[in-house]
Design a protein around this ligand. Structure first.
Ligand code: ADP
Ligand code: MG
Length: 381
């Protein structure tokens, strides 16, 4: 019994050691609050990776970032940075000793300092010559060379963003923390700045955590995405896995329109309210389950001709969304596909499909097949 305990502990320690940053059961409840802002969050991040913390407003993202930066102290848990324990119990390494760089949501540039002085701000420990060299290196990397003598108010939002990034990067932090770094930028600039920021971070090989409520930011900049909800970490995974294999309907919905269709398992496939779905080679399911759900994204369907085997429904509602149309399709089987063994469900069953053809109208018959789907337990959230 004793050795088993030890083994588990060693295993735990090993997982703690794997990443450049390791969080273990970090919790935080603000004094005035009746619930945890961050609850038992654990994760590790490898060196050089960019992690996006995604979640709705109030889900605990900023708090988690501040706990890592040392601007808040957790009620419980442990944090390691580069092999050193920086938080454990009451012990805490002061923020200025943590070798983390922070980009705040509003950039927090010093208005009375020019760009050079802003970037040099965190380099007080370096000799003057060395600091100057470091500032110019960082300014070069962030494309701000022309602007060193300007003051923050003379710069555009995108440029200010780069100054904030340069200031955080100049001390060469082990971990870069960014809180909603793109939220003050308009859509066109945002796409461009996102790409630039990713390139700068990657070219320096820096590990970074980026907080955002925008899933597009997360997809386009991060190697891994962590979804926060109500202070808890729901899933941490690659963008691809989060999108295609979410572990809950909350995560699924956060990243786009998805369907969870009731189905009955048959020897060769699944019987659904919209028709029969053949079992594809790569879809594992437990044969002892009678009822399952088929998970598929709105765009994971092809439209079919009546002669082909198909699923079928009727357009109930269509929404024009520029490059595509979103169709709400309800159950209404056509003559060619209704063979009597359709699954009875409540009348409200409907699914969402995406169509690049924009001519649909309510009442149209839709024939389609699933290109890709996952089989989930009926109990899965
Ligand atoms: P997010 O960044 O995801 O919007 P926050 O970390 O700012 O979320 O907030 C998480 C929860 O903690 C929210 O319920 C918020 O109201 C609460 N909270 C944040 N900061 C404080 C504070 N200084 N004092 C009390 N409650 C706070
Ligand atoms: Mg926040």
């Amino acid at each position: 019994m004793r050795s088993l305990k030890l083994e588990t502990r060693n295993k735990k320690q090993e997982t703690m050691k794997n990443g450049i940053i390791n969080l273990n059961n970090i919790s935080k409840r603000y004094r005035s609050a009746d619930k945890f802002a961050v609850e038992e969050v654990s994760f590790s991040l490898e060196k050089g990776q960019i992690l996006a913390l995604v979640g709705e407003s109030g889900s605990g993202k900023t708090t988690l970032l501040r706990l890592i930066a040392g601007l808040e102290h957790p009620d419980g848990g442990k944090i390691e940075l580069n092999g050193e324990v920086i938080v454990s119990g009451r012990k805490s390494l002061p923020a200025n000793k943590r070798k983390t760089g922070m980009v705040f949501q509003d950039y927090a540039l010093f208005p009375h300092l020019n760009i050079f002085e802003n970037v040099a701000f965190g380099l007080k420990g370096l000799k003057k010559k060395e600091a100057e060299k470091r500032v110019f290196e960082t300014i070069e990397l962030t494309g701000l060379r022309e602007d060193v003598k300007k003051y923050p108010h003379q710069l555009s939002g995108g440029q200010q963003q780069r100054v904030a990034l340069a200031r955080a990067l100049a001390p060469r932090p082990q971990l870069l923390l960014m809180d909603e770094p793109f939220s003050n930028l308009d859509t066109i600039l945002r796409d461009q700045v996102r790409e630039e920021v990713r390139q700068i971070i990657k070219s320096m090989g820096i590990t970074a955590i980026l907080v955002t409520h925008d899933t597009k930011d997360a997809f386009s900049t991060a190697d891994k995405i962590a979804v926060m909800h109500d202070g808890k970490l729901l899933q941490l995974d690659t963008p691809d896995n989060l999108y295609n294999d979410p572990n809950s309907s909350y995560v699924a919905e956060l990243f786009g329109k998805a369907n969870n269709l009731d189905a009955v398992v048959e020897p060769n496939g699944f019987n659904t309210p919209f028709g029969f779905v053949s079992r594809s080679g790569n879809c594992p399911f437990s044969p002892n389950k009678e009822k399952v759900k088929l998970f598929f994204r709105a765009e994971e369907t092809d439209f079919c001709n009546p002669e082909e085997p198909h699923l079928c429904g009727m357009v109930e509602q269509c929404v024009y969304l520029g490059d595509h149309m979103q169709l709400k399709v309800c159950c209404n089987r056509c003559k060619t596909c209704s063979n009597g063994n359709e699954l009875k469900t409540n009348e409200n069953t409907s699914i969402l499909l995406k169509s690049t053809v924009q001519t649909w109208k309510p009442g149209d018959t839709v024939r389609f097949r699933l290109k890709n789907f996952k089989v989930k337990d009926t109990e899965s959230q």
